[in-house]
Design a binder for this molecule. Structure first.
Ligand code: SF4
Length: 694
């Protein structure tokens, strides 16, 4: 650092990796970015950062960046570099031609939760106002869509209920299906500090995650459930709270529908939901479960933190509802230190959902069927909006295989590597007549693309991200886009090539349109963000500088709603051929498909995906630590090295999907959440056997 000297200038911006949303000072000498320093005034990180964020700038200048547009007539041909104008005309002609031949619903978009709010807003507008349908979906489909549905149904909106600061008032943390140390490192540090101060921890996870037994932190209870049984465990916790009379009657009478509660109480009191009845199914000791329920209900401020280990299941939405039930039962909602807190994986999962990128919702979580809502946007955009919900990502791929979906604009997503059942994704992409990939790098999906539009990195654009605590943070341009355009400009150029007639000159104008059409953003302006740093939505006349805590005086939907959470076994079954259960996740130094982190200085620490396996399971198969193994499922197979560890429960194996060489999603299934189609990444029946390598 000393060698770098005093930087000539700095720009404060927001990390583009995880949902913590850390603020950084990007320091430059001339045009060269020399380091990223965590910004002490950042309200989400207060001067801290993790290793991923510090090194993030590396990928922006990586030689793999594609800086010029490319096209090709078919995916068998080599790419041809062309001008922006030619690429956009080519893309627009193809998309228009497809719609003429196959109808206006034969094309759609997939956007990324890495994109800014403004970019996401424009992409869904492109779909609705230019393509003329609602075939817009986001990668939140494959991570937190059950959060949207589950919290929407119970509380009335899809959002984390507390701010990060609230963790300092937490007495009992329930961490379920999340590994904050790896996934949300800066928030994990704040949680650990509170735990060291004496707060208690309950971990519900098939793995012994670091939090379970880290330095100076030991979980009071670990419930190592069998993958796929979240609903049974959560309902058993509710059973204990209700049958032992540990619920907060005053809160429920005041804030929830009492008749609904009584029906729910009768449901969970049934003996089939008792911990003793579910122990065999879930693998969780009944005494441990009872003790955990008592601690959560009586230990003071109880806060639930959850991640994709909750949502990425066939009953992901049901588990989210079950967690909301627990918070309402115990009155742990609407004040500091409590709540239901989804830990969002990507930087802007919250924002991409807020901005209407789901095929059934306009910005602000309003259903497209609502004529009065459509009218707001029809007036603003000067078009008619289709009242029928569009296709979700898996439906787009199914329709492509069936021949009715022919054109896709895929912005900032590598669905071939990230989405489940890789063979099916490839078949869908291969069946399309026009795949437009808009990205920084030639990713795996680009193998099936006809148009490649170079993307801009987070350092090269203006906009906003909304983090896991609903905090809208500014993203500021640190350097000019190496590809020539910010991503929102590329979407505008594509829209205009198809007759959109858009004329935005800066993302602040897009935010002004968002504010004018979306009540929870009504008070958000770039001027306000400059003045106060960041705000948490709702931000409007009633809450002019935002809302740190949700549901303080009442739930967004009025009365909180208890919903029945009946356990239904997944269709994915173990058996003699596939006796183990695979669950997937992430590691600290990598981010999702690794397209960015693999191109930064930190990637040297973990240069391959490995398979974690319990010593008994390894020994039974003649596998020793570091051996190559074959990982096979009904969907496919891959090879990777084994890491033998007691972090895993017997019968459960674990890997990550950061490296395209592994293609971990070759083995995952196409089963998904009943309500949202969020894939069931966390439960795949597999076999592991010795292998000679790939
Ligand atoms: Fe912060 Fe997450 Fe970025 Fe790490 S990856 S610096 S925790 S926002």
């Amino acid at each position: 650092v000393a060698e770098m000297g005093t930087p000539e200038r700095s720009v404060v911006t927001t990390c583009a990796y995880c949902g913590v949303g850390c603020s950084f000072k990007a320091e430059l000498n001339g045009d060269e970015l020399v380091r990223m320093v965590p910004w002490k005034h950042g309200k989400a990180n207060r001067g801290h950062s993790c290793v991923k964020g510090r090194f993030a700038y590396g990928y922006a200048s990586h030689p793999d960046r594609i800086l010029n547009p490319m096209i090709r007539d078919s995916i068998e041909e080599p790419w041809r570099e062309v001008s922006w104008e030619e690429a956009l005309d080519f893309a627009a002609d193809r998309m228009r031609g497809i719609q003429e031949r196959h109808g206006r619903k034969s094309v759609g978009v997939i956007t990324s939760s890495r994109c800014t709010n403004e970019e996401t807003y424009l992409v869904q507008k492109l779909t609705r106002a230019v393509f003329g349908n609602n075939n817009t979906d986001t990668c939140a489909r494959v991570c937190h869509s059950p959060t949207g549905y589950g919290l929407g149904q119970t509380f009335g909106t899809s959002a984390g209920t507390q701010d990060f600061d609230s963790v300092e008032k937490m007495d009992v943390a329930v961490v379920i299906g999340a590994n904050p140390t790896d996934g949300h490192p800066v928030f994990a540090s704040r949680m650990k500090r509170r735990l060291r101060e004496g707060a208690k921890l309950i971990v519900i996870d098939p793995r012994r995650i670091d939090l379970f037994e880290g330095p100076h932190v030991k979980a009071a209870h670990h419930l190592p459930l069998r993958p796929g049984t979240n609903v049974a465990v959560v309902t058993a916790l509710a059973h204990v709270i209700v049958t032992e009379g540990l619920y907060d009657e005053a809160f429920i009478r005041e804030r929830c529908d009492w008749d609904e509660f009584q029906a729910y109480a009768e449901f969970v009191s049934d003996r089939r939901h008792a911990p003793e009845s579910t122990a065999l199914l879930t693998g969780v000791n009944a005494q441990d479960l009872r003790a955990a329920a008592r601690l959560y209900a009586t230990g003071g401020n109880g806060a639930i933190y959850y991640g994709l280990g909750v949502t990425e299941h066939s009953q992901g939405s049901t588990t989210v509802m079950g967690l909301a039930n627990l918070a309402m039962l115990t009155g742990n909602i609407g004040r500091e230190g409590v709540g239901v807190n989804p830990l969002r994986g990507q930087n802007n999962v919250q924002g991409s959902c807020d901005m209407g990128s789901f095929p059934h919702e306009l910005p602000g979580y309003r259903h497209v069927k609502g004529a009065e809502v459509r009218e707001i946007f029809e007036t603003a955009w000067g078009v008619e909006i289709d009242p029928e919900p569009g296709l979700r990502i898996p439906n787009m791929l199914d329709a492509a295989v069936d021949g009715s979906f022919k054109g896709l604009y895929c912005q900032g997503e590598d669905i071939l590597q990230s989405d489940p059942d890789t063979k099916h994704v490839a078949a869908g992409l291969a069946a399309m007549d026009c795949v437009i990939v808009h990205d920084l790098f030639l990713n795996e999906t680009a193998n099936y693309a006809h148009v490649f539009l170079p993307g801009s990195s987070f350092l090269e654009k203006n906009g906003t991200f909304t983090n896991a605590e609903r905090r809208i943070n500014r993203v500021r341009k640190v350097m000019e886009p190496r590809n020539g355009y910010e991503d929102w400009e590329v979407t505008q150029l594509l829209a205009n090539a198809m007759g959109g007639g858009w004329s935005y000159t800066h993302p602040r104008e897009i935010m002004a349109e968002i504010a004018a059409t979306t009540p929870s953003f009504a008070g958000v302006t770039y001027e306000l963000l400059e003045e106060v740093g960041s705000v948490q939505w709702p931000c409007n006349e009633e809450h002019p500088v935002g809302t740190p805590l949700m549901h303080v005086d009442g739930f967004m939907r009025g009365k909180g709603r208890f919903l029945f959470t009946e356990y239904v076994a997944t269709d994915e079954k173990t058996g003699p051929r596939f006796p183990l259960l695979l669950t997937t996740g992430r590691i600290l130094s990598q981010y999702n498909v690794g397209a960015q982190t693999r191109r930064t200085a930190n990637s040297i620490w973990h240069d391959e995906d490995v398979l974690e396996i319990h010593p008994h399971d390894a020994e039974n198969r003649g596998v020793t630590d570091g051996d190559w193994v074959k990982l096979a499922s009904r969907s496919g197979e891959t090879a990777l090295r084994a890491r033998i560890t007691e972090r895993m429960s017997p019968g459960v194996v674990y890997t990550t999907f950061h490296h395209p060489g592994t293609q971990a999603n070759v083995v995952t299934t196409d089963f998904s959440d009943w309500a949202t189609n969020c894939p069931e990444y966390k439960v795949t029946a597999v076999q592991v056997s010795p292998s000679n390598g790939p």
